[in-house]
Ligand binder design. Structure first.
Ligand code: PFF
Length: 472
């Protein structure tokens, strides 16, 4: 009995649901640690290590970082708490949560948009996750040995522009995620990630130590930590909000779904702050790995989606034991990506199972097939389809830009408007404090952020993103 309880701490909602269908009632994470582990597993991923450094690099470094931090804590945490609160209250998937809490309004559209966003994110995320697998292989074969930055950039370009292998790796990654959801989760993917993620963190810290001790490192650190406000554009501000939402896995269905498995007596506020802190520390370490290395290599600060795949192999060559470091790093990065893709796949699967009474197997097959279909177009955006653009963006860029900067920011906006103005302040504070047990003052402060600060902040940025993004 105790064993089962212990196991429930680190299993995904899938298991809980499976478990509870058997028991005719929904299960729950057994405590705060479980919630933090599962949600941080979703939050920490390629967004922190692959996306954050290059988005920060392209948008001004230090100034971007400050705006990003403000967004994470003043907007991201309130949005995450809003999602947890309504998910827990309704005990349902993203679409079902709105349908159940507000059957009459059109709020269910917000849930539906989240489900579409999850499918689209997985479609381009799978491309990059596939690259990490190729880089595990390359590391094992010691392919980077002796390559300078130009050669590493060439290696990256040559690989990603091929039609076959990147597609094969993407399909393998989606299949792996589907497999874990279907069979492996009981064995405790969360348990596994609970062991592997701290190892990844140790590895990242070791790489950071090497990065900051490289010649010229201070230039890179200066770029990251010394804000040059003149280099921050309005578009950079939009990108900071989009990156915050993407990195925290908010503005769509994930945290609503996870919220539905949080026990009633778990106070929410401190939980979300811990998850956001975890996520931010990894993103910062990601950037600390990359920028000093760039300065050492004498390369440009901006670098696009290839940034991490070019700079890290360079730093591994400058490290003792770099061969092993490279293999371990890319392997663990794949695992970090996997804990995020599991949470992405769970969103459409839970929707299909709950709303269409589909079997879990069918729902997983259907969702994965759609993701692979779209994923092929995203993957080919770096080669065969690189000239095929919509609104001036490749399919990969379009999916990335549209989800992070538009769908997630609009999703987040509508979620805080719903919670701040329709859900009811009393109910919200009750959820945040677990019926008055948690910090009431903090809960009241957060309810103000949800009602006023977050909607105004996101609203301004979201409107800007429509205009500047050129989508309309
Ligand atoms: N937060 C993940 C990352 O930073 O890699 C990406 C992600 C996962 C976004 C799950 C959205 C989501 F629902």
């Amino acid at each position: 009995m105790l064993n089962i309880k212990k196991r429930l701490i680190f299993v995904s909602p899938f298991v809980l649901r499976k478990f509870t269908t058997m028991k005719e009632n929904r299960g729950s994470f057994s405590g705060k640690l479980g919630v933090v582990a599962v949600a941080a597993g979703s939050a920490v991923g390629l967004g922190n290590i692959w996306r954050f450094p290059y988005i920060a690099g392209e948008n001004g470094g230090g100034a971007f970082l400050i705006v990003y931090l403000i967004f994470v804590f003043l907007i991201g945490v309130p949005v995450m708490l809003s999602e947890f609160a309504i998910g827990r209250k309704a005990g349902c998937n993203a679409y079902g949560t709105f349908k159940r809490l507000s059957p009459k309004g059109g709020w269910w559209l917000v849930g539906l948009m989240g489900i579409i966003a999850a499918v689209m994110i997985f479609s381009f995320y799978g491309t990059v996750a596939g690259w990490t697998l190729e880089y595990v292989k390359k590391s094992i074969c010691n392919d980077f040995a002796g390559q300078d930055v130009a050669a590493l950039a060439q290696t990256f370009g040559d690989f990603t522009s091929q039609p076959v292998m990147p597609t094969v790796w993407m399909i393998i990654f989606v299949a792996l995620t589907a497999l874990v959801i279907l069979f492996g989760v009981e064995k405790g993917i969360e348990k596994v990630s609970k062991v592997l993620m701290p190892i990844l963190l140790v590895l990242i810290i070791a790489i950071c130590v090497r990065a900051v001790t490289l010649p010229n490192a201070s230039k890179g650190l200066e770029f990251l930590f010394k804000p040059d406000w003149s280099s921050l554009t309005f578009k950079g501000v939009l990108m900071a909000l989009g990156q915050a939402a993407f990195s925290l896995s908010i503005g769509m269905g994930t945290m609503i779904t996870y919220g539905s498995y949080i026990k009633k007596d778990t106070p929410l506020a401190s939980t979300a702050i811990e998850i956001a802190t975890c996520d931010t520390v990894v993103a910062l370490l990601g950037a600390i790995m990359v920028f000093p290395t760039l300065a050492f290599l004498g390369a440009e600060s901006a670098g696009g989606p290839g940034l991490v795949f070019i700079t890290l192999p360079a730093i591994f060559q400058a490290m003792p034991g770099g061969y092993i470091f490279a293999i371990l790093f890319f392997l663990l990065l794949s695992v970090a990506a996997l804990t995020s893709t599991i949470s992405l796949l769970e969103v459409p699967v839970a929707f299909l199972v709950d709303e269409f009474k589909m079997s879990r197997k069918k729902a997983t097959l259907l969702s994965s097939s759609v993701i692979i279909f779209l994923g092929v177009f995203c993957t080919l955006s770096f080669g065969l389809l690189s000239d095929f653009t919509i609104f001036g963006k490749t399919i990969f860029d379009l999916f990335d830009y549209t989800t992070a900067n538009i769908m997630l920011t609009f999703g987040a906006l509508l979620i805080v408007i719903y919670v701040g103005w329709f859900f009811g302040r009393k109910k919200f504070i009750e959820e945040l404090t677990a019926g008055g047990k948690g910090n009431v003052k903090l809960a009241k402060f957060i309810s103000i952020l949800v009602k006023f600060v977050a909607p105004v902040g996101i609203g301004l940025v979201a409107i800007g993103s429509l205009v500047i993004g050129g989508i309309v």
